[in-house]
Structure formats: structure tokens, C-alpha cells
Design a protein around this ligand. Structure first.
Ligand code: NAD
Length: 361
């Protein structure tokens, strides 16, 4: 298969971790006879330094014409970097927001997986963790409260602020379809999270999810109220496979789910558009405090590249292979500094990438 990727190495540790993900992808491509081509584009701080703006129309066009985008993180130290002296619409993050909007990335997936070897980093009790958990949060990304009408005014001398939460059935349907499709590639269970006991938007959400579920007789599903879901995540995380939810609930629940895995350097993410197109990036930021020192953990980015093979190219076997190679390296005791514990062997960014490639080979 031919895969045409746009690559945004980004800022801070971005170039180091993306380079390792590209090396691992090349090793997988060699093993399975695929052809991966990369077109590098600038976005974020790196683009501001060269072009004065965080995303040029040329870069956007290259991303649009690619099959998928692989990205490191963007941004710098928000207190000291000159990028943050610029107006908000010229800062690094503005490039990412505009890229997401222009590419129609409406579905964000964040897996929360607890590695056997990293169990000690999980803040939950052993009897709750059991033999671990493995879930993905599917969050709607372009609707709901964050994109609704808002206002702040003074009425009769009293300050009043208003935000509105709107979803139409098409927005709900397209993300529900993504969630059921992804469940089909996993343990085939969707838990749709809402607040249907209070909100009209949630009641519509439930109806549409039930309509979509009719086309997926092989996938089971249930509804859960968001407050209960927040509790269940720390009380019984094993019950979850795919959590489907709207923008703000997903924002909060995905951070809670990542927290219980215990390690930010391990968490991948994907933002998907209609069809197979997606943007794949680690969940963490650009970690300017450790940039250029060859100590950043590249695993979140490598696992994001594995998600890309699975969701944009349907290369499930290759993605499994990459994920298994990561597990084997951890099982052999290799750790970057962020996941280091007693008795393990400390490795840097490049060496971690190399160890994963050795396992693949
Ligand atoms: P961060 O995630 O960059 O760092 C938080 C802490 O985690 C730091 O101590 C960092 O050293 C550590 N860390 C993060 N990733 C690591 C890795 N792979 N290996 C080892 N340690 C790692 O969050 P922050 O410091 O709040 O943000 C830094 C910059 O990143 C800001 O400009 C922020 O806006 C940006 N950011 C970008 C994205 C994105 O590109 N999608 C996401 C979040 C934050």
C-alpha cells in the first residue's frame, strides 16, 4: 500500500519524537512491503519563526492533499516564549485550531490503556485495576458548548454570561458511526455518555445513537449519565471499551481516563474527519522544558502512528505489531525518564525508538 503522509514535526520535543515515529513507520513499511512518503510542513511556533504566521495556506493545502497527518506537539513555554507576545490568532495554537477546522476533524479518539509493566504508575487500588484496562474515549470535537453562541452582558446592573449547547442530528450521527466502527475493531461495546435526565441535547444524542446502533447488530451498547461515568472510570475502569460522548464531557472524561493510566508520555490520540482522513498526535504538549535533550518519551507518538495505520489505512496487523513491539520493549525493562522506576534500564528518545524497531524486526 502507498501512504502519503503530511508530517508536522512541531515545536519543543516534537522533532525528536516524530523522527522516532517515522523511523518505526519505515521499519513497519519495510517489513510488510508498504511505501510511505512524507511531506514535511511547518505549523505552530516553527511556522511563526519562518513565515510569521502559525499555518500558511500552502502548508494547509499539503495537509489536505495527504492521506493522513502525523504530528508532534506545538507551542512553547507560555510564560517566556516570544510567540505568546503575539495576538491570540497569531500564536502557535491558532494554527492547530485552524488546521482542525479546515480539515473537518470532528472526532477525537484518546485511548487509555494500562500497561502491565506500568501498573505502579496507576493511582487506583490494585483490586480495582485487576488485570488492567483498555478503553478509548471518542469525543465530538467541533460542536456543543465550546462552539455555541455565547455572550456576556449587564442586565439591570447584574453581569450575566451565557453559553449555549447545540447539536444537530447529523453531527451526532457522524460521530456515533465512527464510534461503532471503531468498536467493531475492538471489544465491540459502546457506552454513550450524556446527561439525558436534564439536557435536551442529550436526549437527541440518545435517540440518534439508538438509530445508528440498529446498523451494528454485532456491537452492544448502553447509555450512561456523565456523572456516573466520572465515578465508574475510577471505580470500575475495566467495563469500558469505547466511550462515545459530546465535546465538553469528552474533554473532562478523557483527561480523567489519561490520569488513571499514570503516564502522559504514553498516550496517543487521533482526530478523524469524514472517510478515512485523520490527524495523529500524542496527547501531551511540546514539553519545552526537556526539548533537545534526547530524553523525551517517543512512545505516545509511535502509538499515534500505529493508530494512523489502523484507522486511516486499515492496516490492523501492522498496527498490532507496532503496539506489541512497544509492550515487549517495556517488558524488557527499558524506560525513558518519565516512566523510569527502580531496577529498570534508562534509555533516551533515540534509543527507545531503536529498541522498538529491533522488536519489530
Ligand atoms: P506538556 O505536556 O508539554 O508537559 C507537561 C509535563 O510533562 C512536562 O514536565 C513535560 O516535560 C512532561 N512531558 C510531556 N510529554 C513528555 C514526553 N513525551 N516525555 C517525557 N516527558 C513529557 O504540557 P505543558 O508544559 O502544559 O505545555 C507545553 C506547551 O505545549 C504549551 O505551549 C502548550 O500550549 C503546548 N501543548 C500543545 C498541545 C498540542 O500540540 N496538541 C497539547 C498540549 C499542550
Amino acid at each position: 500500500m502507498k501512504c502519503n503522509l503530511a508530517v508536522i514535526k512541531g515545536d519543543g520535543i516534537g522533532p525528536e519524537i516524530v523522527s522516532e515515529a517515522m523511523n518505526v513507520l519505515d521499519a513497519v513499511a519495510k517489513k510488510y512491503g508498504h511505501e510511505i512518503s512524507y511531506k514535511q510542513i511547518l505549523m505552530g511556533g516553527a511556522s511563526i519563526d519562518v513565515h510569521g504566521i502559525p499555518l500558511t495556506s500552502e502548508a494547509l493545502e499539503i495537509a489536505r492533499k495527504s492521506d493522513a497527518v502525523l504530528m508532534g506537539s506545538i507551542g512553547g513555554n507560555t510564560s517566556t516564549s516570544p510567540w505568546y507576545q503575539l495576538p491570540a490568532d497569531k500564536r502557535p495554537e491558532a494554527g492547530l485550531l485552524s488546521l482542525r477546522k479546515e480539515l473537518g476533524l470532528f472526532a477525537n479518539i484518546r485511548p487509555a490503556y494500562l500497561y502491565e509493566e506500568l501498573k505502579k504508575a496507576c493511582p487506583l487500588r490494585d483490586d480495582i485495576i485487576g488485570d488492567g484496562f483498555d478503553m478509548v474515549i471518542m469525543r465530538e470535537l467541533t460542536g456543543g458548548l465550546y462552539f455555541g453562541e455565547r455572550s456576556t452582558e449587564t442586565i439591570d446592573g447584574v453581569r450575566v454570561a451565557k453559553d449555549s449547547l447545540t447539536y444537530n442530528e447529523n453531527e451526532i450521527r457522524r460521530i456515533a458511526i465512527k464510534a461503532f466502527d471503531i468498536a467493531r475493531k475492538r471489544k465491540k461495546h459502546v457506552i454513550s455518555v450524556d446527561k439525558a435526565n436534564v439536557l435536551d441535547s442529550s436526549r437527541l444524542w440518545r435517540q440518534v445513537v439508538e438509530e445508528v446502533a440498529k446498523d451494528y447488530s454485532d456491537v452492544t451498547y448502553e447509555h450512561m449519565l456523565v456523572d456516573n461515568c466520572a465515578m465508574q472510570l475510577v471505580n470500575n475502569p475495566k467495563q469500558f471499551d469505547v466511550i462515545l460522548t459530546e465535546n465538553m464531557f469528552g474533554d473532562i472524561l478523557s483527561d480523567e481516563a489519561s490520569m488513571i493510566t499514570g503516564s502522559i508520555g504514553m498516550l496517543s490520540s487521533a482526530s478523524l474527519a469524514k472517510g478515512k482522513f485523520g490527524l495523529y498526535e500524542p496527547s501531551h504538549g511540546s514539553a519545552p522544558d526537556i526539548a533537545g535533550q534526547d530524553i523525551a518519551n517517543p512512545i505516545a507518538t509511535i502509538l499515534s502512528a500505529a493508530m494512523m495505520l489502523r484507522y486511516s489505512f486499515d492496516l490492523d496487523k501492522e498496527a498490532d505489531d507496532m503496539e506489541f513491539a512497544v509492550k515487549k520493549v517495556l517488558a524488557k525493562g527499558y524506560r525513558t525518564v518519565d516512566i523510569m522506576s527502580e531496577g529498570m534500564t534508562k534509555v533516551g528518545t533515540k534509543e527507545m525508538g531503536q529498541k522498538i524497531i529491533e522488536e519489530l524486526e
